[in-house]
Structure formats: C-alpha cells, structure tokens
Design a binder for this molecule. Sequence first.
Ligand SMILES: CC(C)(COP(=O)(O)OP(=O)(O)OC[C@H]1O[C@@H](n2cnc3c(N)ncnc32)[C@H](O)[C@@H]1OP(=O)(O)O)[C@@H](O)C(=O)NCCC(=O)NCCS
Length: 220
Amino acid sequence: MNGADSSAALKIQRPTIYVKELSRHARKRLLRHFLALDSGDRLLRFGSVLPDALVARYVDGLNFDRDTIFGVYDRKLRLLGAGHLAFAPREALPAMRAATTKERVAEFGVSVSSIARGMGVGTRLFERAGIHCRNADIDTLYMHCLSSNKVMMHIAKKAGMTIHRDYGEADAYLKLLPASPATVIQEAMQEQVATLDYTFKANMRAALKWLGNLPWVKRE
Ligand SMILES: CC(C)(COP(=O)(O)OP(=O)(O)OC[C@H]1O[C@@H](n2cnc3c(N)ncnc32)[C@H](O)[C@@H]1OP(=O)(O)O)[C@@H](O)C(=O)NCCC(=O)NCCS
C-alpha cells in the first residue's frame, strides 16, 4: 500500500460523527467537557487559562436563545466536542466592522476532548457552524487566535474557506458563501440524523440501566 492509499484507508476507518444542536439541558455535560481541558487547551479555546470557577461561570452564562451551541456525543452521551457560535452585531467586534456589510457577525469557539482528537470531530463541528452561519445570513466568522492555531487553519482551509488577515498576523476571520437550498437541506438533515442518534443512545442507556437493575441479572 503506498502513502496515499494508507492515508485514504485511515480516513475511511473514521467513525461517523453526528453534530447536534444542544439545549440548556446539556449544561452539565458541557461543564464536564470544558473542565477536562488542560491549561494549554483552555488558552487556545478561551484566550486565557480560565480557572475552573470561571469555566463554570462561562457555562452558566451560555445563552441558548441568542447563540447556537453544537456538540458531539459518544455512546455514553459524554460530550467529545463542543462548538459555540456566538452572534453579535457587527459593531460589537471592532476588528470586524470593515469586514462585512451584514448586520451580524459570528464568533466561533470549539474544543475536542484530548481522547477524541484527530478523528474529525473538530472538522465536523466547524463545518456545521459554517453551514449554520450561511443559513443565518452571516458571511463573516471570527475565531480568536485563528492565525496562530495551525490545526484550526488546516481545518478552515480544508473546508474551502477564505482566510483573511486584514489586521496583521494576530487576527484572522473567515468569509462564508451565501446560503443555498442545499445548505438549508443539509443542516436540517444533519440535525434530524443527530437527534435520532442521540435518542437511540439515550434509549440504549436507559434499557441497559433497567436490565442491570433486574434481580436475576448478574452484575460483573
Ligand atoms: C482544534 C481542535 C478543536 C481540533 O479538533 P480535532 O477533532 O482534533 O480535529 P480534526 O480531527 O477534525 O482535524 C484535525 C486536523 O488537523 C490536522 N493537524 C493536526 N495537527 C496539525 C498541525 N500541527 N498543523 C496542521 N494540521 C494539523 C490533522 O491531521 C487533521 O487533519 P485531517 O483531517 O486533514 O487529517 C482540537 O485540537 C482542540 O480542541 N484544541 C484545543 C482548543 C482549540 O484550539 N480550539 C480552537 C480555537 S477556538
């Protein structure tokens, strides 16, 4: 097998990843996910090494009505990754004022648990955020420290997004294409499939718990 064949084979083996929009009921799981990030990851994700108390405050303050938060669950319904799309008026992000004529811009923050890296979770969260922005008539996506984050730059380039560095090397933002009928259908279908996957996992967990509580079932 040559190099190209083996890397293609590795990609084929990646598990299917379902990205689901999260509701406020996911707060506890989000907190667990963020608290497991080490200081290096917290620096990349939040722009500073947030102590646990501030991570908890960030999770408490998440506004599920204004923003959109995505997640990827494992089979035990632990969050392997989370992406936060925060929407703001163009004026609220001074660096973005000249970048767009749209009324709103979006800032995206994403993190993947260390055990789940390199499997495509970050890519899927990023792609979903991009589609969601396009469907919400947003053409500019800002990410803190994008320029210095090699993995994120790779993911953005792979998704075909144009990376702009109008303000030097430190800040960068991504330009998105407008929505199309395909992006609207794509997002709706992704959400439906992710909801089915979540429901299946939740039912499996409940069934296993119930079975485990039966008196004649042996516990290991
Ligand atoms: C950035 C992050 C979300 C990526 O998540 P992930 O699930 O590992 O990402 P994926 O598996 O989808 O993709 C990673 C890609 O980067 C590539 N990559 C890994 N290290 C790299 C590097 N040093 N330089 C360039 N590319 C790199 C991988 O090969 C992979 O590309 P491929 O899919 O084409 O093979 C994750 O590393 C993370 O949580 N980091 C800490 C927080 C952070 O940096 N957040 C972003 C700022 S908000």
